[in-house]
Design a protein around this ligand. Structure first.
Ligand SMILES: Cc1ncc(CN)c(N)n1
Length: 230
């Protein structure tokens, strides 16, 4: 097992809490990762105005997500018994810096101005939700699971657009590779193990809260994709 993990740590890829939830809530997960917007990228019918709208809104979201990532890092430093969590999250934050730079250059490529963009209601609601998870009262278990889910929805969605049979337009391949690449997939699986390890030792009430938060993330992601329709 990678990283010296054992079933005892909750690191079993088949039997961890996260894998159980992915099976239990498969419909919600599929709605978040096989949204019509993603399907339209994959079959090549995507409306470029929708893509540009997504680009503008996601730039704003990622700025809020950086603050959330920093709060998860602080919780890891204080609450995680595993020293490598902090290192994984620190690398994740550094990748978010590249992500912001990428949004700026991608916007320029598409003639989109990011300076005057206002967040749409679904984006505001998602950012407010992230804010609520940044509170000191929110356990690391809840926060790391939400963080894993947010990154994984993008990984799974965009990796789907890169499968051999996909007809993703050439000019959108770069976007899909940003989250659909193998290294990002590996990063998401590492986050999944971190979340599983926490859940393995969490009390029942925290597990319940974490499952509810996971479902909220999926709903917020669906609303976010819906926004691209305008
Ligand atoms: C809405 C949303 N969810 C997830 C990600 C991946 N960081 C993102 N950029 N935007």
């Amino acid at each position: 097992m990678e990283g010296g993990e054992s079933k005892k740590d909750g690191g079993d890829e088949c039997g961890g809490t996260i894998e159980i939830w992915l099976r239990k809530h498969a419909l919600n997960f599929t709605r978040a990762t096989r949204h019509p917007f993603i399907l339209s990228i994959r079959d090549g019918s995507v409306d470029i105005a929708s893509f540009k709208r997504w680009l503008e809104q996601d730039y704003l979201f990622v700025r809020a997500f950086v603050a959330f990532a920093a709060s998860v890092l602080i919780k890891a430093c204080k609450e995680s018994e595993n020293g490598s969590d902090m290192e994984v999250l620190l690398q994740g934050i550094s990748a978010l810096s590249d992500e912001l730079a990428w949004f700026k250059s991608e916007a320029e490529k598409w003639g989109v101005s990011l300076s005057g963009v206002s967040p749409q209601p679904a984006n505001l609601s998602y950012c407010r939700f992230l804010d609520s998870l940044m509170s000191q009262e929110v356990e690391y278990t809840v926060a790391i699971t939400a963080f894993w889910a947010i990154e994984t929805v993008y990984q799974d969605s965009f990796a789907y657009c890169l499968e051999v049979e996909s007809k993703t337009p050439h000019e959108l391949k770069e976007t899909c590779k940003r989250w659909g690449n193998a290294a990002f997939g590996h990063y998401c699986r590492t986050l999944q193990k971190m979340a599983n390890r926490q859940l393995h030792k969490a009390p029942g009430d925290v597990i319940k809260k974490t499952e509810a938060t996971f479902l909220q993330v999926l709903d917020k992601e669906i609303d976010f994709w819906n926004m691209s329709h305008g």
